[in-house]
Each structure stands twice: as C-alpha cells, then as structure tokens.
Design a binder for this molecule. Structure first.
Ligand code: AMP
Length: 220
C-alpha cells in the first residue's frame, strides 16, 4: 500500500509517518529528511538545497523527484511507501505518477491533515527532534528548568535539535507556498476518488486512529 500524507508544515505528517512505520512496517519517504541528510553530508544536492530550505522555499522538482525515485528503487514491492512532504507541486505529482508506474506501484490513498494555520506557527516553533533517532516532539522537551533533560521516549537520548527553518518567519513563507503550490494538487487525486481528510488538530492518537480506519489497518 502506497500513500501520501498531505498537509502544511506542522500538520503532523512526520509524526504520523513515524508511527505508521513503527506499527505497520511501512517505509517513510520524507524528502525533507532526505534533503537535511544531504545538507549534513555536504553532498552537491545538499549544498544546492541548503539556502533554499533555510528560506522556506521549494527545492527544484527534479532534485526531489530523483531522491524519491532512488529510494523506491532500493525498496521491495512488498513494503508500503508513505510519501511525506512529497509531492508538493503539480509537476511533482505528475512525476510521481510516472515514477510509481515505472516501479510497478500504485497510489492507494492521499490523506490530507486539516489544520488551523494560526496554531501551526506555535506548534512548529516549539518542535524539536531527537538528535539520535529523529523522533518528533511538539512541546519543549528540554526546558531550561531545574528538572534537567528529559529522555527521548523512543531511544532514551537526551540530545535534541531544532530545525533551522522552524522559525516564525520561515513558517509563514512555507504556509504560503503550501497554499499556493501544494494544496492545488489535491484535485489531481480527488478525480481518482482516493482523497480522505483527517482533523490534524486532534490528539496524536485520535489522528492515528482515523488514519488507520482509512487505511483499513487494525488498531489495538
Ligand atoms: P519538510 O521537512 O517536508 O518540511 O521540508 C523542509 C524543506 O525541504 C522545505 O521547506 C523545502 O525547502 C524542502 N523540501 C522538502 N520536500 C520538498 C519537495 N517535495 N519539494 C521541494 N522542496 C522540498
């Protein structure tokens, strides 16, 4: 089963993708994560992408589609893909159709996480990820109090990092781009009857349950 999680930055795509990976043995294909890894490794792609990402703008369609193509090539057909943060433009949606066809795969669901934009800025500016395992937290887990550092619930690490593009100004840019370039790709999938919507402002477990119902996956 291949699915797209769609929604503005901070809607919870990464959190839900991480959960689907852990509970249902799917694979998260996050172009944002791939680009951040390329930036960290100092690859030519990373060097080209860094300034664009820091401004909250979009990296070229060709770069991100090539990243997705390469990941799918390395994946067995039995593992379901969760596209997280891709596609983000009409050209990427068209490219994904071609890539999936070439790999003999098909898209089963597009799930849009609906959110209140004003709440997103707050959510994103308080977002941190575990330095060790990448688990996402939307609350300050390491408050400068006498309580001391809090251990990651997944791996126990006490090291966290903040994304350089998770600041109020960049978030506004990213939200604007989502509205202008990404939301308009929904009709591409609506025409195929595979779009579902979930309230992304609900509690993480409730969003998870709603997604599992859409995907027909059991929930304990
Ligand atoms: P994300 O982690 O999905 O929020 O992505 C972080 C940043 O990486 C975005 O603001 C873009 O600069 C870049 N990026 C990630 N995915 C894409 C994509 N599909 N198309 C273009 N740029 C992307």
């Amino acid at each position: 089963m291949d699915i797209i999680l769609l929604g503005p930055p901070g809607a919870g795509k990464g959190t839900q993708a991480q959960r689907l990976v852990a509970e249902h043995a799917m694979r998260q294909l996050s172009t944002g994560d791939m680009l951040r890894a390329a930036v960290k490794a100092g690859t030519p792609t990373g060097l080209e992408a860094k300034a664009v990402m820091d401004r909250g703008e979009l990296v070229s369609d060709a770069i991100v589609s090539a990243l997705i193509d390469a990941e799918l090539l390395a994946m067995g057909p039995e593992t379901g893909a969760i596209f997280d943060g891709y596609p983000r433009t009409a050209d990427q949606a068209a490219a994904l159709d071609g890539i999936l066809a070439r790999h003999g795969r098909q898209l089963d669901h597009v799930i849009e996480l609906e959110v209140d934009e004003d709440a997103l800025v707050e959510r994103i500016t308080s977002r941190v990820t575990c330095e060790n395992c990448g688990h996402i937290y939307s609350v300050p887990v390491n408050p400068p109090s006498s309580a001391g550092p809090v251990a990651c619930e997944v791996c126990g690490s006490t090291e966290y990092k903040r994304r350089p593009d998770d600041n109020a100004e960049t978030v506004r840019t990213r939200l604007g781009i989502y509205r202008a370039d990404t939301a308009p790709i929904l009709p591409h999938y609506e025409a195929r009857g595979i779009v579902s919507r979930v309230d992304g402002m609900a509690a993480i477990e409730d969003v998870a349950r709603a997604i599992d119902v859409i995907l027909g996956l059991g929930h304990s």
